[in-house]
Design a protein around this ligand. Structure first.
Ligand code: NAP
Length: 491
């Protein structure tokens, strides 16, 4: 069974990673089903439609290496364009016929040893069996609502940034936004100059990296269209500069790169913000890149718009008419947006995922999620995650990450088919060794230099990939089979 010539794959999620897995499986001639709880593809780009949404990873990097896109409009293209790109690619590769929409997977259960297959069940009661499960359910997926008294008593419109209610009018309204992460900053850039009154509730100031948001000219797009080498070179150069250069260098709080970023951000703050009082409110007091760097071409201009106010007094409570801050002031609002981030330790949950001997993933991850080289969990055979726990996040491009992870999985599929492995499952020891090394390295990253962020786990230790991107690339290039349970031991 395990070395079946025609193993079948269940892919959980039709976002960027799930579409990628579908394309690669189709190209390799495998049978697969992509399960998607929503009614269309796109993942984070389907869910996040807030005003100002864009990807701050350069567009020519934030795309599949095998589907470069000459048509990007900007260096950091808007979210709707990215969504259209993923929809277009999924269509071009003919994935629709292999997708099940509008029905969430609720259970994946391994039936081994013997009949080593996964039984996958959806909320609607559909059941099917697969040799492999690929969880491509995303990290920034479960909205995190703040624990603020009175949220449910607010009489205006209230929603999370990832659940934007487009029926709510904005023009001429008083809008409040809680949170100054990448989402809150992009919303501010777009909305503050447009509405009657804009209140941004900031708990912690951000390092804001200035970028030039450049439109690609028709001439440049024509050149990309006709010269495939030019487009390829742009992508590859960006990958090296961004993933191996910038995103790797900022892991080290002592690096010249972090010094350089602080200097650049400080200059941006000093030269751009006119009012000294506002400037001090916007000045961060921790090391740059400790939180995920916020990148913006318009935040400082927008927050200085006459309609905008940066509120730094802490929030006491939400009242029917608005937000009451600790200085006793009521900020009256028509709309309150919670740009308060995501629960990043949930991953595929609340699905019930049951591995060998009935072990539940929820129990294995009861303290915190972790994964051997960020892709697999002991006792969950032939179960792999794309952009799962311990993956490179931060300022890396998650598209390159998912591509490397899936190529890694396909190599393991070959090892199982040829009989080198019965099933692909890392050993408990290998996973523990990796986790120990990862944790020690994580403690030395810039993320652990004293700030609050979504990178930190329940112990305050960064959960993400703490090594250079080159280490990730080499881990993914060739699976270490000695870290997997070999046939004699898996009997
Ligand atoms: P986030 O970075 O987690 O930011 C959440 C914000 O909400 C923080 O400013 C936080 O303040 C604030 N907050 C949370 N609870 C609060 C409370 N009870 N009272 C007051 N403030 C509260 O979330 P995000 O902005 O949605 O971004 C999440 C990640 O998504 C980013 O880091 C990035 O990886 C990704 N993203 C990427 C892009 C892109 O262009 N590529 C765009 C958007 C998002 P503290 O700072 O004090 O905790």
């Amino acid at each position: 069974m395990h070395s079946s010539d025609r193993p079948r794959f269940a892919i959980l999620g039709a976002g960027m990673s799930g579409i990628l897995a579908g394309i690669k499986l189709k190209q390799a001639g495998y049978d697969f089903t992509i399960f998607e709880k929503a009614d269309r593809v796109g993942g984070t780009w389907r869910e996040n439609t807030y005003p100002g949404i864009a990807c701050d990873v350069p567009s020519h990097l934030y795309c599949y290496s095998f589907e470069l896109n000459p048509e990007w409009s900007y260096t950091s293209s808007p979210g709707s364009e990215i969504q259209a790109y993923f929809e277009g690619v999924a269509k071009r590769y003919g994935l629709e016929g292999s997708m099940r929409f509008g029905d969430p997977v609720v259970r994946c259960e391994w039936s081994g040893p013997g009949d080593g297959r996964w039984e996958v069940e959806t909320g609607a009661g559909f059941v099917d069996h697969f040799e492999w499960v690929i969880a491509a359910t995303g990290i920034l997926h479960h909205p995190k609502f703040p624990d603020i008294e009175g949220l449910d008593r607010f009489e205006g419109a209230i929603f999370h940034s990832a659940r934007w209610d487009h029926d709510v009018p904005l023009d001429g309204q008083r809008i409040g936004v809680i949170g100054t992460g990448s989402s809150g900053v992009q919303i501010t850039g777009a909305l503050a100059p447009r509405v009657d009154k804009f209140s941004l509730f900031q708990r912690t100031a951000q390092w804001v990296v200035p970028i030039q948001q450049q439109a690609y000219t028709e001439e440049q797009r024509a050149a990309f269209r006709t010269d495939a080498d030019l487009l390829r070179k742009l992508h590859d150069d960006m990958s090296i500069a961004f993933n191996d250069g910038f995103a790797t260098a900022v892991l080290d709080g002592e690096s010249d790169m972090v010094d350089g970023i602080e200097k650049q951000c400080r200059e941006h703050l000093e030269t751009r913000i006119v009012d000294p009082e506002l400037r001090e409110k916007l000045r961060p007091d921790y090391r740059a890149a400790c939180k995920r760097l916020v990148v913006s071409h318009n935040f400082y201009d927008s927050i200085q718009h006459p309609s905008a106010e940066l509120v730094t007094e802490s929030i006491d409570r939400v009242e029917p008419a608005g937000v009451r801050t600790s200085d006793g002031r009521l900020h009256e609002l028509d709309v309150l947006v919670l740009a308060t981030g995501f629960k990043v330790d949930r991953f595929m949950r609340p699905m019930t995922i049951q591995g060998e001997g009935g072990v539940l993933l929820d129990d294995v991850w009861s303290e915190r999620p972790s994964a051997y080289v960020a892709v697999a969990v002991p006792r969950f055979p032939n179960f792999f995650m794309l952009n799962g726990p311990n993956s490179p996040v931060g300022n890396f491009s998650l598209v390159q990450t998912a591509e490397m992870q899936f190529d890694y999985v396909l190599q393991l599929v070959d090892r199982v088919r040829e009989g080198t492995l019965d099933v692909a499952v890392p050993s408990v020891d290998a996973a523990a060794r990796f986790e120990e090394e990862r944790t020690e390295a994580a403690k030395k990253t810039v993320w652990a230099t004293g700030c609050r962020s979504w990178y930190l786990d329940d112990r305050g230790i960064p959960f993400a990939w703490p090594f250079p991107f080159s280490r990730f690339r080499s881990e993914m290039a060739t699976p270490r089979l000695e870290d997997y349970v070999l046939p004699a031991l898996s009997k």
